[in-house]
Design a protein around this ligand. Sequence first.
Ligand code: SAJ
Length: 426
Amino acid sequence: PEVCVVGLGYIGLPTAAIVARAGCRVHGVDVSARVVETINRGEIHIEEVDLDGLVQGVVSRGLLTASTRVEPADVFVIAVPTPFDEGHAPDLSYVMEAGRAVATVLKPGDTVILESTSPVGTTERLRDLVAELRPDLRLPGLTAETPDVAFSYCPERVLPGRILEELTNNDRSIGGVTPRCARKALAFYKLFVRGACVTTDARSAEMTKLVENAYRDVNIAFANELSVIADRMDLDVWEVIRLANRHPRVNILSPGPGVGGHCIAVDPWFIVHSAPQDTALIRTARGVNDAKIHHVIERADALLAEHPEARVACLGLAFKANIDDFRESPARLVASTLTRKYADRISVVEPFITELPLEYRDTPVELIDIDTALESCEILIVLVDHDLFRSIPLTERANKIVYDTRGIWPDQPRAGRKAVPRLHAV
Ligand code: SAJ
């Protein structure tokens, strides 16, 4: 089939490239002319392992083209952002805009697939929008006869940094507005997915995506709450979690400086917004994870105030380890908040950038490398668990004052605390 992918971001571009590699002719659409030009040159505008070579290959073979206009195709994949507004209500304007554009070129036999994370009911709303704009088409769920166009919801569940591998190997939920719609979408995903493809209805698939990320948010909140309790009780939370996780049915996640990225900190709100009365746990988990950021800021602030002469290195700004993505990053918020008070003695180490973000303009704060930080700073605040930081041996940091929000250095002597004899399994 010919495929049109609307939205060429972190999901749309890798999907377009993988579908093209599977042998389909793919046309990608993006609102940004710069993104379109970059891709048509065989280059990419985002960082993702191995994506550059893949895009270069399919563009040079003529299998992937891009423009700012939706073109006729057999299958349409919509992968545009769904942010939320101030009141945590989902903003579906990009999805509906994409739907309007697709509606203009739809013909009988086509399949429309929504991949954007969306509140329950969005795929049916998309169908309703097309019904309004194209009264000439018979649409699923609205006609007793065989519909002209299929509508399905198929969320992605890939992890940044492993997108190409996970796009191919993860299982997929494929939710049709009708069973027939699901089967049409299934035939498309079978072209490039090696994981199992499980068909269901559109509303269940929409909820599944939200539930997966809310599940992770709730579990991280549990770990973060434990870390705050442990601080108060002068316990090493990582030691406690390591021990608890030896129980065959316990698997506690890792505390950190809060939850970042554009998925886990956002998607639970879509559930809360749909059922405000019944989401005490999910809402509280969001609150716990957001509050953890402020707990870290307070502790770091107290440490810096206690050592007024010490120079400080904030290690990491990314929202998680080993990626260059800074969206909704708690590390970034902690570092910039400390900078407002201690700019004259703070430096930042972030191996994934060459220039500090905008908020550092007009501050004396410098981006330094890890060697310089180890030579010149007395306090190290670990905000991201990049492998580069994890690999620093104790000998290079034994005499530092360390606040490790990620637990990457379990052997670090803890300032002001008695050494705890570590339990080792024998
Ligand atoms: N984090 C912790 N402790 C942990 C795990 C994560 O503090 O034990 C933090 C991270 O540091 C980061 C945030 O949580 O700030 C989110 O990181 P993540 O690796 O859990 O997730 P994302 O946002 O990169 O990707 C998630 C994934 N969802 C699940 O694992 C259920 C991914 O599979 C989804 O495709 C993606 O959201 C998405 O696009 O929805």
